[in-house]
Design a protein. Structure first.
Length: 283
């Protein structure tokens, strides 16, 4: 999580706004000019962040990208779980483990838990990382909501817990969370139904998407689509439990707790990374 990554995300965030406002696709020169950058600098920033051209990335950021993902990268969760897609779906999956806390920890508002926290720079702007002794229990993004609201949101999940600022202790987990290597452990604190939904999300491979109704069927509650949507939205460990990969059946993005620009940037980055890796993996 370098300062460059945080800067790159802010560039991407501004690019999203410019692309959405434009009636037709923007050339590299026009898009760079609208953000006050030279074309060469803009090209370097994009390449450093996702490894594809700004033109290609514009296509990933387009508003209809979610529909294209559903057509081309739709994941049936039953199949994903059967063939173990989650194991190779993202670079850190082989080093990711998770454990659900006893239901009492959620029911009691986190009473008895010591949760350490710290702010880090991430590829998607400033991120708040929270962890118990078992692993990351909270990960939120402040680019759209602001730091104060992000902090209030996550601390409000477990109001009876003890919160201790300790950036040094969460730093290794944060590095692993954003591709810096090392073991990545998650501590799931939620109601039993929520945890079922979050575990289903963990089986969706990077660069792919699924739907709320698909998740509902996978957890044995096909009629509970609305409840599934609520549980997806209440996921406290964004990015790692990939709620950004859950879309409406119609192809709409749906909501995103930390702001739709963040969700779109996550989907675009993953799709671009998958495309960039495909020729190599096919070789």
């Amino acid at each position: 999580m370098t300062q460059d990554q945080a800067y790159h995300y802010q560039v991407i965030r501004r690019a999203i706004a410019e692309i959405d406002a434009a009636e037709t696709p923007l050339s590299l020169e026009a898009l760079a000019a609208r953000m006050g950058m030279s074309a060469a600098h803009f090209q370097r920033v994009f390449s450093a962040w996702v490894g594809v051209s700004p033109k290609r990335y514009q296509q990933y950021l387009a508003l209809d990208h979610a529909r294209r993902l559903l057509r081309e990268r739709f994941t049936t969760l039953e199949t994903a779980q059967a063939v173990g897609l989650s194991g190779g779906g993202r670079p850190h999956d082989l080093f990711l483990s998770w454990e659900a806390m006893p239901p009492g920890a959620y029911a009691s508002g986190g009473a008895g838990l010591c949760i350490r926290w710290g702010w880090v720079d991430s590829p998607f702007g400033k991120a708040l990382v929270m962890a118990t002794g078992r692993g990351i229990c909270g990960l939120g993004f402040a680019a759209e909501t602001g730091e104060a609201a992000t902090m209030a949101d996550l601390t409000g999940r477990w109001p009876a817990a003890e919160f201790v600022e300790d950036a040094d202790s969460v730093a290794p987990l944060a590095r692993a969370a954003f591709g810096g290597g090392g073991e990545l452990r998650l501590s799931l604190i939620g109601a039993p139904f929520q945890i079922k939904v979050w575990e289903a999300l963990l089986s969706v491979p990077s660069g792919h998407v699924t739907t709320y109704s698909e998740i509902a069927g996978a957890i044995g509650a096909p009629r509970a689509v609305r409840a599934v949507g609520t549980a997806v939205g209440r996921n406290p460990i964004s990015w790692l439990i990939p709620c950004h990969r859950a879309l409406r059946k119609s192809g709409g993005l749906g909501g995103y707790h930390w702001g739709l620009p963040v969700k779109r940037a996550m989907l675009a980055q993953e799709a671009a990374a998958l495309e960039a890796a495909e020729p190599e993996s096919a070789a």
